[in-house]
Design a protein around this ligand. Structure first.
Ligand SMILES: Cc1cc2nc3c(=O)[nH]c(=O)nc-3n(C[C@H](O)[C@H](O)[C@H](O)COP(=O)(O)OP(=O)(O)OC[C@H]3O[C@@H](n4cnc5c(N)ncnc54)[C@H](O)[C@@H]3O)c2cc1C
Length: 499
């Protein structure tokens, strides 16, 4: 008889685990607390506009990336058109100047030299480094947990040509790179553009630029919820079942083996295997009451850095913005008068102009959105006072519109829709710990976490809380890998299919 698997959460990790579970003959059911699939990979509608809450790019959108195969298997490639932008990001650096990083690396070099001719040597060295990264791609076909000695040797051989490169750039933070620059404008571009990530390796930015250059990290037209719904459809077509509005309160355990779940309505559901694709903190400390933990796991939650939560302030504007370049990372604006958000001064504001996806707004109209890194605790406190919380959202929407008015005169009159989503919005809809948008920050190359908990059988975790770095290219393979691990345990050959 087929073994049964219960999956908690219909985010991309949960849907992926469900799809591969079904492909491999398991009888799976997903329980999701929200009314829709996707978790963080979502969009929402207001007054005829669609506010995209997630994807700016998807690694693996082109066949030169090993992730492409996974998106093919999940039905994404067949059902979505990807567009590749020429611009990666535009960062204002003062004195009316901006640094524009582009998909074309020679154009990027030229732009950097125009901003900082005195830094030609460092710029040449950096661009040379970027070009060396072209073609770098690690296999994601086999779960790292199942790698044998031959896989490790193969991987070492693949990495060999890049070892010197990794040593040089992987150990250099954005801040250290900026310290090598003579030009205050170019330094400002890197430090300002990096925001709170200044202490992390510059290699992250370098890899991102190369993905855009290689056209393997495109934007899926239609946006994030459409993509999540595609994977949900793939799962249902494979015979999977999803129950929405089904918050899981407890994982049921008998003799240190997970045997089922209890929902908020008190109903209990049983299965041979339980996979949590939901928030890590809730899974470990609430659903399992902190009973299956060791110092290492506790240490993660006490000490590890997480991607901070975000404030989204969106405007639906009756205007086209055809003149603005189509950009992956948008426009990093510098402002003279700082805006206070959650008790912190902000002199820089990342702005996204969604002029590249006509499906997100009625004809002749556009969504503009600020996505700003913020602190969790002040928002949590403010949320307790409904009126004050509402007033703060209104204040910020007003102040940020003033910033837009300075750059796009007349815009205030053209705004038809305003929407503010705070870290508390994300907690409410996805349950993610402290509103984090991507889970753990990868502080070292190859940082890994286990998908099992100590002393608990028949239970696995997948998704951004066990895959440092998060993102869809982290969590979709996570769901695939866990089914590979389960197949291996059940002595079954792991198989995949494409729709
Ligand atoms: C603004 C923003 C921009 C981003 N941009 C990109 C990008 O461009 N490219 C990229 O690759 N990634 C991007 N990401 C990151 C990416 O969206 C996430 O890393 C990824 O979607 C996480 O997937 P997940 O399945 O692990 O978790 P989640 O999406 O959090 O899914 C967990 C699911 O579990 C459900 N759940 C939680 N608790 C319970 C419970 N008790 N019972 C039942 N269900 C429960 C939740 O409702 C949710 O549906 C972005 C994220 C944000 C917010």
């Amino acid at each position: 008889m087929e073994k049964s698997i219960i999956i908690i959460g219909a985010g991309i990790a949960g849907l992926s685990a469900g799809c591969y579970g079904q492909m491999n003959g398991y009888n799976t059911q997903i329980f999701e607390m929200d009314t829709r699939p996707g978790g963080l990979c979502t969009s929402w509608k207001r007054k005829g506009y669609t506010i995209d809450g997630c994807l700016h790019w998807l690694l693996g959108s082109g066949p030169a990336s090993s992730f492409y195969k996974i998106w093919e298997e999940l039905g994404v490639i067949k059902n979505h058109t990807f567009i590749d932008h020429d611009e990666y990001i535009s960062v204002e650096v003062g004195d009316g100047k901006s640094l524009v990083l582009c998909a074309d690396l020679d154009k990027t070099k030229q732009n950097m030299k125009e901003v900082a001719p005195e830094d030609t040597e460092v710029i040449e060295d950096w661009i040379k480094g970027l070009k060396k990264l072209i073609g770098f791609d690690m296999s994601v076909d086999k779960a790292p947990e199942l790698a044998n000695i031959f896989d490790t040797i193969r991987m070492m051989f693949k990495l060999l040509p890049y070892l010197w490169f990794m040593r040089k750039w992987g150990r250099m933070s954005v801040k250290q790179f900026a310290e090598r620059l003579k030009s205050a404008h170019l330094r400002e571009a890197f430090l300002g553009g990096a925001g709170d990530m200044k202490d992390f390796t510059i290699l992250g930015l370098m890899m991102s630029l190369v993905w855009v250059n290689q056209k393997i990290a495109g934007y899926p037209l239609g946006g994030s919820l459409a993509l999540s719904k595609t994977i949900e459809k793939r799962y249902l077509d494979l015979g999977g079942k999803v129950s929405y509005k089904s918050p899981v309160k407890k994982v049921l355990v008998k003799n240190d083996k997970a045997v089922g779940i209890r929902l908020a309505d008190g109903s209990e559901h049983h299965a041979d295997i339980i996979i949590s694709a939901a928030d890590g903190h809730t899974t470990i400390f609430d659903m399992l009451e902190g009973k299956y933990i060791n110092n290492k796991i506790k240490g993660y939650y006490d000490n590890n850095l997480i991607f901070p939560p975000l404030l989204h302030v969106a405007y639906g504007v009756s205007r086209t913005f055809n003149e603005a370049p189509k950009s992956v990372g948008g426009f990093n604006l510098m402002i003279d008068k700082p805006i206070i958000i959650a008790g912190k001064e902000h002199n820089r504001l990342p702005l996204y102009i969604y002029n590249f996806d006509p499906s997100l707004a009625p004809d002749g109209k556009t969504v503009l959105k600020f996505i700003i890194t913020t602190r969790y605790e002040p928002w949590e406190e403010l949320y307790k006072d409904t009126e004050a919380y509402k007033a703060e959202k209104e204040r910020l929407a007003g102040e940020l519109l003033t910033v837009l008015e300075e750059r796009f005169p007349g815009i205030t009159e053209q705004v038809e829709m305003t929407d503010v989503a705070t870290p508390m919005t994300w907690v409410r809809y996805t349950g993610n710990w402290k509103g984090s948008y991507e889970g753990w920050i990868m502080t070292s190359f190859g940082m890994r976490m286990k998908k099992t908990l100590p002393g608990l059988d028949g239970f696995y975790m997948v998704g951004q809380w066990v895959e440092p770095g998060g993102g869809l290219p982290g969590v979709a393979p996570s769901g695939r890998n866990v089914i590979q691990i389960i197949c291996k345990k059940d002595k079954k050959k792991f198989v995949t299919s494409t729709p």
